[in-house]
Design a protein around this ligand. Sequence first.
Ligand code: SF4
Ligand code: SF4
Length: 396
Amino acid sequence: MVLSKCGEEFELYAAKIAGKWKGRIFIFGAGIRGKELYRELSAYPAQIEMKFIDNDAGKIGTVYEDAEIISLAEYLQLNEADRGIIVIAIAQADAVAAVEEQLANCGLQHREYYFTDTEFQNEVFPIISLYCYDKSYVSLAQISLTERCTLKCKKCAHACYAVDIASDDMPLEEAYRSVDCFFSKVDFIGEFVLIGGEPLLYKELSKVITYIGDKYRKQIGLFTITTNGTIIPSEEVIRACSKANVMFRISNYSKAIPRLKISLDRLTAYLSKYGILYVLGKPDGEWKDYGFEYVNRKASSGELITVFDQCKTPCREMRGNRFYFCVMARTVSDNLRYHVGEDDYLDFDKLNGTEYKKELLKFNLGYSEKGYLDMCNFCHGAESINYPIPVAEQLI
Ligand code: SF4
Ligand code: SF4
């Protein structure tokens, strides 16, 4: 979106969202995703009242941590004043569609009464956080400590297949500087991700985890590491993870690479032994091809604004003083040496005015002077769902 269009219209939208806020949400779905959202927002520095709605009769009437689980019928019996935004937090797209139909049948309209968790975290709560609590909020951001990897996926969305296993990682001081810059402007982040490449290849990983945990853990909902499951972390890393309450998100590529089954079993057993939380991905499914290696839209700036606006990627990245809207755009451009969009970032060092939180909010919602990233010219963007590809197919 183009920044110049972001005036009165944005203020009206923000005022409408903030005006709806009653300090309370109803998370539809008391499963893995709903509970993650609950844990994220429980850590937020202002109290948010949360309840779950679920269709499972076995869950209704029970509690998760401090949150009651009620039925939709019970929600509908509440007075308007006792209701709140419903957030659908369910992973499977068909189950989300079924809940949307259920809500529509009860007269609850999308974006009036309910949002999906992606919409809530990326579009709605950043506004609520600033306008109702004066806190800058980012739903998810990553720091790529290394772009080396133990696998060579043909369609790695960060093009890590092009990175030599002997190449240099981010220096430790740069990792510290990146998180310091980020947290100097961001009051709270829903999920802070250590990523790669394969982040467990990073030699100073325990130091980075300890640094972030000691200085910034209170500003983080979920602190996670995304790993491909090929490496067993050292005891030092495990101790740091345990102290900083780090959760592992383990990709499951065992269908494409059967030998990984043994590593995944070993890793999950090891994490369980030390009481480290993890989520193991499902072996099925498919990836979508962004087409960075062959797409060249040769599009006008107007067309690229549309591509960018339809994409809405939630994957921000911090790197030194630079805050990138799209981690894929930055990594692919660097790793394939495209040198495209090298200025497409927000400079934390220049966010100094009294309105810096609003500037950050607008960037995070996708507003910029240009209205798109140069790499959008080389990407299928939202159309990538029409280009399904096998998961983790290897180059060698
Ligand atoms: S495991 Fe992940 S980071 Fe490594 S090459 Fe595959 S997709 Fe890329
Ligand atoms: S369309 Fe642009 S913002 Fe979206 S994934 Fe592609 S490069 Fe990133």
